[in-house]
Design a protein around this ligand. Sequence first.
Ligand SMILES: [Zn+2]
Ligand SMILES: [Zn+2]
Length: 313
Amino acid sequence: MTPLETQLVAKGVGLDVARACAELFGSYEELQLSEWVLDASITGLDLRSCRKLMSSVLWAVQANAHKGEALWRAAELLGRLTNNIVACGNSVEKYRTIRKSNPKIREALDVMAGGEAALLAAGFREQPPGGDTLVFPSPGAAPAATAPAPSPASEGGPDLRPLTVINSKLQQLGFTGSARENDDTGSSTRSRHSALPGFRYQHEIFECSCCGRPINDGSDRLVTRRHDAPHGEFRYECERCEGYNLCEQCWDKFIGGSLSPGHPRDHPFQTHHPKASQHNLRSNVSDTNPWGVVLNGASAARARERLKQRTGL
Ligand SMILES: [Zn+2]
Ligand SMILES: [Zn+2]
């Protein structure tokens, strides 16, 4: 046994877990840094399975972190669904089925892309394959071939431990995530407008410095795919005055000379394209940047072009 193995066994860690830890880590300190080790020792799952499960959740969070509050709400919903099964020890039939066609669930899985993979890793099966229902095996079902070795306490049926790990992580994310998003005095621009229809998924809400209107960036339309969601608008941000933004209408008037907002005319502006239109144009949307990036340069030219299209001038 390595010194680390001896140390872990002395702390009451199982021999298997201790051996796996010794393979992965140089020292006890290094090991302590890994949160999933804690999950492994709590659930009794082997370290590798635990690491795989944690990575699936971590990936889903990292890939969607820019969606802010919507992501935490999605994690909360998936956490609640998985907790239903864990809390009753998989004894209640109706909790085993998750219908992807349910609008709320569809939305959560869309927002938290990768969340479905985490559910599959936790033991859910798609039924029929490629179908719209995720089913957790009933206690009478044979364990999946890919499932980790059954725990000593299990009486056949599916292993609940992977689901327990995923569930606790999702719930933790849903809880701490929404706590973080709501941790403001209630006076931020986001919280003042986030309840407005069409602004639910917008991470950052800017007000027009001229007319005071919140500027919709098209997030809701993009996330919900609803045709009655408001179209995103262009936002024009002064590059010199921090927090000076103009909405489309005020910008058109400003450029056309019919608006004198008491703001220097020679300041350069940056154009922020609405997310939906970027998406539709597929201009700068990629797999790694599904929401498109903020466009720099050529912004004034583009704005004039848009003005020309709109007014025919
Ligand atoms: Zn305005
Ligand atoms: Zn300015």
